[in-house]
Design a protein. Sequence first.
Length: 150
Amino acid sequence: MKKTALYFMMLALAFSLFSCKKAGLADLEYSGMITGDWLQVNVVKKPDKKTVMWFQVFDQKGNDNIIKGYKNSSDKIGKHPASISRDHFIWILVNDRMEIRLIADSSNKDYQNTDKLRDFLLKFDLDGLEKIKGSKVKAKDLEKYLPKLK
């Protein structure tokens, strides 16, 4: 009886780990989206709705100081210049204008991990952001570039 119970517990754990890895972003959802001159979004974990990270997306067109700061960066995410604070935040500049600031929530350890932050960041439509031309993009128009969580 004990062996059977142990077997089923191990089997349940294995299925749980497999489904979590396969689900990827399925255990996350957006909360508290704020638009203004930039887009800011909290990312919470289902079902407890605790914030695990948050991000801001800016169109830095015309902000030469920000753009110049990235040009001198030795950090990169893919081909994009970045500023990385290990296990705390990653900021990147895409297309010499689109800045994403991704920050792990300090009260929740789930995403206080540089690899997890990088993996989430790479779910943004960076290719789409790379194609932006012309005038500054309004914050509400940036939503289409966010990672799809479902």
